[in-house]
Design a protein around this ligand. Structure first.
Ligand SMILES: Cc1cc2nc3c(=O)[nH]c(=O)nc-3n(C[C@H](O)[C@H](O)[C@H](O)COP(=O)(O)OP(=O)(O)OC[C@H]3O[C@@H](n4cnc5c(N)ncnc54)[C@H](O)[C@@H]3O)c2cc1C
Ligand code: SF4
Length: 511
């Protein structure tokens, strides 16, 4: 008998593992393991989502005729897969598994599983992605610089999404110039989608409350779907209510008023479902494309959305497998500061940061601009050790898996890899946050000034960042204007701004 191992983010009936096995002969194994649940202290909602989705998926597999050995957390003594295989499946003819999403576990599959159990392991390529690591490597090979935009065009051709022959629909590859508006309240916010909780959800909620109470987050506002049917409902809801304005307000941010939509705006909330395998990325993109063809969503929204999935999502995975394991240790800006305590407590006077932390703690979610331009930007300006901020993002979001979190944080946010995710760092002062949100109106700090005692911390820290990294970035043509501005600034003004920044850097926890 062969054994198929189904990992917690492989919850798809189209998984290659299933295609390689016979339900009449073979068995499937799924396990809630201590090592996987605790190698970082995942947000409580992330654990509920994954365990509950796994239990529901095991049920789906049984309905489809598979025999599944399911190991529930706390009801067995195996801390990792190698010990489970060695303890229970030594007699298996073969273990079949699909390539996993994390270098750490893939390394264990390659090195430990067979060594510790003596059973031969067959590891299959993960067909749930649109670009294989080999395809990416071939695309990257010989290129002086890797740029997402060119990879994205390749993926448009490869998938045929929004293409007319070899040309992009609408005559342009990218409609971002029509996007990026602040939200002024003219368009009503989309309705919330809520799901009924069943016994499986309730059991897992109780388990997590009991076992993982010291992990970040609360469970009161757990709103994630935990079945493939609920994930499909979330996709339908997005296409109908959110996609038409996705492009316009993709970069906007708004102070929350209590589950009335400000925390998510028109974002899809689909990343956890896609990452877990509950939704197929190509099917998600085709649903969005169909909304354009049927006149239900404009091209700037649909193209922008599809770019996030076949562009950014596939690109970061390609970078991850191309550059790991050395990638994880990159720190080209030489940063070494610890992460301030408010990243866990959410208690800071900076209103923008407090809002992003609240969203994170209450929902295990923050949208891209909250992650990139607020909490990420602040860590970059402060000069936080990349490992510390990477671990934080891996812990706190429901959609966080190493292959996608690491390049986004280490590369896009911290620019610690020298620029695979952006030709210049995404550093910004408070003016950006003020332009794209209502946060500054509700803040104790003054976004209009930089050097006074109540000045917005982002402002002086921004100029400190630009000043201290002159050597790395002054020659970057995309930063010429910024260094020109700094050079033209009055010396006394620069000194005052840098002095204010130094005082903040001496005690960032006080902010
Ligand atoms: C510091 C940082 C850490 C991040 N960590 C993760 C992570 O652990 N897991 C994760 O899935 N995304 C991560 N992202 C990317 C992005 O922020 C989330 O995918 C997005 O916010 C999820 O919310 P949504 O589904 O509402 O996305 P939407 O804004 O609706 O976007 C649609 C979809 O596009 C994909 N997508 C968009 N941007 C990216 C991106 N940069 N990289 C990969 N996929 C993208 C996601 O699948 C997402 O569901 C991170 C971004 C940053 C800046
Ligand atoms: S003033 Fe500065 S700290 Fe306050 S909300 Fe605006 S950007 Fe954030």
């Amino acid at each position: 008998m062969k054994i198929g191992i189904i990992l917690g983010d492989q919850l798809s009936l189209h998984l290659p593992t299933l295609g390689a096995l016979d339900p009449d002969q073979d068995r499937l194994v799924m396990a809630e393991l201590r090592d996987e649940a605790t190698y970082v202290k995942h947000h409580q909602q992330k654990i509920v989502l994954i365990f509950s989705a796994m239990r529901h998926f095991a049920h789906d597999l049984e309905q489809a005729g598979w025999r599944v050995d399911y190991y529930r957390y706390g009801e067995h003594d195996f801390s990792d897969f190698a010990s489970l295989i060695a303890g229970r499946y030594r007699d298996a003819e073969e273990i079949v598994v699909t390539q996993c999403g994390e270098y750490r576990l893939q390394h264990a599959i390659n090195q430990d599983w067979q060594a510790r159990s003596g059973v031969s392991i067959r590891c299959l390529d993960d067909s749930r992605f649109l670009c294989s690591p080999d395809f990416f490597q071939k695309w990257a090979s010989g290129k002086k610089q890797l740029r997402m935009e060119f990879f994205y065009r390749e993926m448009r051709r490869h998938t045929g999404l929004l293409m007319e022959g070899d040309e992009p629909v609408g005559g342009q590859w990218n409609f971002d110039s029509n996007n990026r508006q602040p939200y002024k309240g003219k368009t009503p916010l989309p309705p919330a989608l809520t799901f009924e909780r069943d016994d499986i959800d309730e059991d897992v909620l109780a388990l997590v409350k009991e076992e993982f109470a010291d992990h970040i987050g609360t469970l009161e506002q757990f709103q994630w779907g935990t079945t493939s049917a609920q994930a499909q409902q979330a996709l339908d809801h997005f296409i109908e209510h959110r996609l038409p304005h996705f492009g316009d307000y993709q970069d906007a941010m708004l102070t929350g008023k209590g589950n009335t939509g400000e925390d998510t705006l028109f974002h899809s909330l689909l990343s956890p479902y896609i990452n877990l395998g509950l939704l197929d990325p190509m099917a998600v993109c085709q649903a969005a494309e169909q909304a354009y063809f049927s006149g239900d969503a404009p091209l700037n929204a649909v193209e922008g959305f599809i770019r996030q999935i076949i562009g950014w999502r596939e690109y970061v995975r390609g970078i991850y497998w191309l550059l790991m394991p050395d990638y994880a240790a990159e720190n080209r800006l030489g940063n070494d500061r610890p992460l301030p305590a408010y990243y866990w407590t959410g208690e800071t006077k900076m209103h923008c940061m407090a809002e992003c932390f609240r969203n994170t703690i209450d929902h295990a979610y923050a949208h891209h601009i909250q992650r990139l331009m607020v909490t990420g930007n602040f860590a970059l300006l402060l000069g936080v050790l990349p490992e510390a901020i990477c671990q934080w993002y891996l812990e706190v979001y429901a959609d966080a898996f190493d292959w996608v979190e690491l390049p986004n944080t280490l590369g896009m946010v911290m620019h610690a890899d020298g620029g695979y995710l952006g030709s210049k760092p995404y550093a910004a002062s408070g003016s950006y946050i003020n332009r794209m949100s209502d946060y500054c109106k509700h803040c104790q700090y003054n976004v209009k000034t930089a050097s006074e005692s109540e000045s917005c911390p982002f402002n002086s820290l921004y100029w400190h960042f630009i000043h201290r990294h002159r050597k790395q970035f002054a020659g970057n043509h995309r930063m010429k204007m910024i260094y020109g501005n700094l050079n033209r600034m009055d010396t006394a003004k620069v000194d005052a701004i840098l002095a204010r920044a130094e005082s903040l850097l001496a005690d960032p926890d006080a902010l």
